[in-house]
Design a protein around this ligand. Structure first.
Ligand SMILES: Nc1ncnc2c1ncn2[C@@H]1O[C@H](COP(=O)(O)OP(=O)(O)O)[C@@H](O)[C@H]1O
Ligand SMILES: [Mg+2]
Length: 676
């Protein structure tokens, strides 16, 4: 795959600079004439908005297509290939990926191209797993008709690529080049027939969600270091609480959430004592420990002498547009219903489960199942209404009756995860419950990231059945305690590790774990023996660890383009930046409107600092160093250099005007060095 994009830009920049240097010698006319086409070409490349990006690339290829074509004949082969591509296209699209191209018989699917999602690696693996039955049917046909074996190999990698819309390459199509695309293609050739081979980078994201088998280290052509690889051997998900986080094989005690847990258990005791339902919304950024808090609540509930009914539902980005997915998942989890179960089995499990939990009231429960979207309508004759509104009315009455019946037996606790991905109907249901608490020992604990509250600013406000619990970042001391927890097998944890983690993780436990996992990856923490050892000499993170990056990149990708450009420029100025500096970095003195900063603040990307180092500029800071780093890493070198040069210029001038050039001399030097 070509690597022209950024390299061409670099070459152009060098050419332009060389011409500029010879302006005296050659004269303006000559130089300007020579420059014109170069500048034009450069403008087009830059306008294409190409960026480095973390994506997951899937490459699939047919094994032995040449003998297959010979045996089938060109025409039959064309038809088979057409269907083969069709299945892949469908599977990739269904998971929200894009098929970048078909090269020969190979399929290249990319996840995270436009809007990155933190579960892109999962989506890619799910696509590869879900297409298997259709491909197996096609292979059966080919075997029956032509006596030929047809198998597919798949390689998947997560990493950086350069994305661009280059006019010269097709009709402004997106082009993916470099890194991950290359590795995925090599993994594909190294995979066994009908195998799905993952790089360690992809495996790290999806472990816990798929059964993986270590496939050893492979030397891949065109990749300098050996790549550790994993084969997907089953699609079986793990339990409800994802095990994909944290350091492998280390279990930690929860630090610094005693008050939060106490608040939840007190609310539970209140609902039981007063027989009055309550809804708690646990709000916190990704990684702050919402899921962990629910898991701790669950352990606490499990230790009670009188057990409670527990239901656990989770919203997922993949469920977009499936209105009752969260409640459905709660019941599916409780009754052991899987997506792949045939309808008669689903209905039987549903009836059994409901009879056990809500023995007193099973009237109309098939309606509930149909309304939630379980495939039982035909089996049970339920949901026969063409009118969904009528079904909904009946189902809600039946559900409410069933919940009353459950509550007569024991208190009911409903845990709802990741409400920010939930659909309207669930939110309406919860709002109703908050507005009219029921005389029931029913506690709903829902977790969400802040965006939910941005979209529904008055969520639960003033409603009698509503409580909000904000998770704050861990204090520095608790962060240090968490470091000790994670590194519990190390004899000694040097100070530099604590300092590094406290500085970069900013109280976010997920970040703490990821930074430590990164230290393991780079060999600063050796985990080979029973006793771990930590290097006494400090290392500095040069790049943001991959899993973290996925999370942060998803947030940045959600930022619309004018603000996103601002973020890119600001990232060059630094963690702390000034609006006037960012304006100075722009091309045609395009001052960013004040609203752009408001938008970034609302999205919790930046915050404004109470005072500014410069009188005529507002001072801002990225909410996390790592957020800044991810934006910065996404810029191509030529853009970075240009921005650094302008930042040096602005800072030097402004510092001089403010009469304190010395304070900023170091920063100016840094920008000059980075400008090259
Ligand atoms: N207070 C804590 N003490 C120890 N580990 C924690 C704590 N909070 C979170 N973690 C760990 O940090 C990671 C992220 O937490 P998680 O609960 O998944 O965050 P969220 O659900 O808010 O995105 C998990 O591995 C979790 O076990
Ligand atoms: Mg969570």
């Amino acid at each position: 795959m070509p690597l022209q994009g950024p390299e061409e830009l670099d070459a152009l920049d060098r050419g332009i600079a060389a011409l500029e240097q010879r302006r005296n010698e050659l004269g303006d006319d000559v130089v300007d004439t020579a420059l014109r086409p170069l500048l034009e070409r450069r403008r087009r490349l830059v306008a294409s908005g190409e960026r480095r990006k973390l994506v997951t690339v899937l490459v699939a290829d047919l094994v032995g297509s040449t003998p297959l074509t010979e045996a089938l004949g060109a025409e039959a082969m064309r038809e088979v290939i057409g269907r083969y591509f069709g299945h892949w296209r469908e599977a990739v699209h269904e998971q929200g990926g894009e098929v970048e191209k078909f090269i020969g018989d190979a399929v290249v699917g990319v996840f995270g191209m436009g809007q990155a999602r933190e579960d892109d690696p999962h989506r890619a693996v799910r696509a590869a797993v879900s297409v298997r039955p259709a491909l197996a049917r096609l292979a059966d046909e080919v075997r029956a008709r032509h006596g030929q074996v047809m198998s597919t190999r798949v390689g998947i990698d997560t990493g950086e690529v350069v994305l661009g819309r280059f006019d010269e390459w097709g009709d402004g199509d997106l082009v993916v080049v470099g890194g991950a695309a290359n590795v995925a293609a090599r993994l594909q050739t190294a995979a066994p027939p009908d195998g799905i081979l993952l790089s360690a980078a992809t495996a790290r994201h999806v472990r816990g969600s798929f059964g993986l088998q270590d496939h050893g280290e492979l030397e891949l052509r065109g990749v300098d270091r050996p790549v550790r690889t994993f084969l997907v051997h089953s699609a079986a998900g793990s339990g409800f609480w994802s095990t994909s986080r944290g350091l492998e094989g280390v279990s930690t005690r929860t630090v610094g959430r005693e008050a939060e847990l106490a608040r939840l258990t007190a609310l539970f005791e209140d609902t039981v004592a007063e027989r009055r339902s309550a809804v708690v919304t646990v709000v916190g950024d990704a990684g702050l420990g919402k899921t962990r808090l629910l898991a701790d609540l669950e352990s606490w509930l499990a230790g009670l002498p009188d057990p409670a009914w527990l239901l656990r539902g989770r919203a997922e980005p993949a469920h977009e547009g499936s209105p009752h997915a969260v409640l459905r998942s709660a019941f599916a989890d409780r009754f052991g219903i899987r997506d792949t179960d045939p309808p008669d089995q689903v209905l039987a499990a549903w009836r059994r489960g409901m009879a056990a939990m809500a023995a007193g009231s099973v009237e109309g429960i098939e309606d509930v199942a149909a309304w939630l979207g379980f495939p039982v309508a035909e089996e049970a004759g339920a949901g026969r209404d063409v009118d969904p509104a009528a079904l909904q009315r009946r189902a809600r009455v039946a559900l409410e009756a069933a919940v009353h019946a459950m509550c007569r037996e024991a208190p009911v606790v409903l845990l709802l995860e990741d409400l920010h991905w939930a659909d309207r109907p669930l939110l309406d249901l919860l709002t109703d419950l908050q507005a009219r608490p029921r005389p029931l020992p029913l506690l709903v604990v829902a977790t969400t990231r802040p965006p939910l509250l941005e979209e529904h600013p008055h969520w639960g406000e003033g409603l009698p059945g509503h409580h909000e619990l904000r998770l704050r970042p861990l204090s520095g001391r608790d962060t240090a305690r968490l470091v000790e927890e994670v590194l519990q097998r190390a004899d000694e944890v040097p100070d530099w590790v604590r300092t590094l983690v406290v500085d970069t993780a900013e109280g976010n436990p997920f970040f703490v774990e990821e930074v430590l996992a990164w230290l393991v990856d780079v060999g600063a923490v050796r985990t080979t023996a029973d006793r771990w050892t930590v290097s006494p000499t400090p290392v500095r993170p040069g790049t943001v660890p991959g899993t973290l990056r996925a999370l942060l990149q998803a947030r940045l990708d959600a930022v619309p383009s004018p603000e996103r450009d601002l973020v890119d420029r600001a990232s060059v100025v630094g963690r702390v930046f000034w609006d006037a500096a960012v304006d100075h970095l722009g091309t045609v003195s395009a001052a960013a409107p004040a609203e752009a900063y408001d938008e970034l603040r609302r999205r919790e990307v930046v915050h404004q600092r109470p005072t500014s180092a410069f009188a005529d500029a507002r001072e801002f800071a990225f909410r996390h160093v790592l957020l800044r780093d991810v934006a910065y890493d996404g810029l191509l070198t030529p853009h970075r250099r240009r921005f650094h040069a302008r930042a040096a210029d602005w800072l030097a001038r402004t510092a001089l005007e403010s009469g304190r050039p010395d304070e900023h001399a170091g920063a100016v030097a840094h920008h000059l060095v980075a400008a090259g």
